[in-house]
Design a protein around this ligand. Sequence first.
Ligand code: PLP
Length: 368
Amino acid sequence: MSTLKTRGALISDMQPRDLSHHVAYEAGRGIEEVARELGLDPEGLIKLSSNENAFGPAPKAVEAIREYAPKVHSYPKSSAADLRERLGERFGVDTGQIWLANGGDGALDYLGRAMLRPGDDVLVPTPGFAYYGMSARYHHGDVTEYPIRKSEGFEQSAAAVLESYDGERIVYLTSPHNPTGSEISKDDVETVAERTADETLVVVDEAYGEYSETPSAIPLVGERDDVAVIRTFSKAYGLAGLRLGYAVVPDAWADAYARVNTPFAASEIACRAGLAALDDDDHVEKTVETAAWGREYISENLECRTWDSAGNFVLCEVGDGESITADAQRKGVIVRDTTSFGLPECVRITCGTRSETKRAVEVLNGLI
Ligand SMILES: Cc1ncc(COP(=O)(O)O)c(C=O)c1O
């Protein structure tokens, strides 16, 4: 037996592999959690900390979920194929080039599974979305970083990425970028792809792409074999709790999907809801319009420095992000402290409904 008992504690030879470089994902806090902790009524709280859709799920998706609920005892059937086909038509790519997954996060994992060999490096933005590095490490990759500099207004450019590039296997670009809201142009994406090694994949994360007017990088996927794009149903379609996202990948290696796909990871309900949400134009339009209004309202009315954003959120320099977040919570407004992004002087405010956004600005102005 390899298990020793010393002073009541079990010491076992059986341990996970070395996870000391792995970090836990810090999600925005939920209404219930905050209400319970502060002894507040959850009804009175506004959650603007996770870039969720202020209008809830697309109503057509809710209908599809209800309709299919009595049949979830069966394994998923054809809706994943239907959704892949629909998305392929929408973006002018083959069905096989759409890799459905359990959220955009799942799509990042699939690219890691397909591409990374043990010890491969990936290049990620800092500040940036924590899951790029996490996912790479799960797949035995090492992480290096390129800066998106506050001193340069968080502007993104090919030159800034290439300055840090050193032959990594995957380069992650985020447009619109979380948490800064900045974008990288399709031309710059192409330049990064051009100037990096043939074996380097450029992954453009467009989780907030629907909110932006900048052209998507998806057309590059049709032209090159080294650019993939991530999209999600979590944001503009309001399906974050269902977990549905996808990668759009080049035709040259699209068939790797069958070898990396966890069976049924994109569930039947998720795919049916996704199909319905794609038809719910009113919901997306209202969502995108209100986010655009919210960005402008926050930048014009919040009494601190903000940065232009193309997403459904705005980064705001409030002073002490942690204490302002705690104080705002006590007043019923949950925003995201960006300390974990390396920006302790800022918070990120998700654009809510008009009245939620106004209330958030009022509360924060009282605290800044
Ligand atoms: C930049 C970025 N990429 C990807 C995701 C993943 O989204 P999901 O896994 O919900 O599709 C998020 C979620 O917040 C994000 O901010």
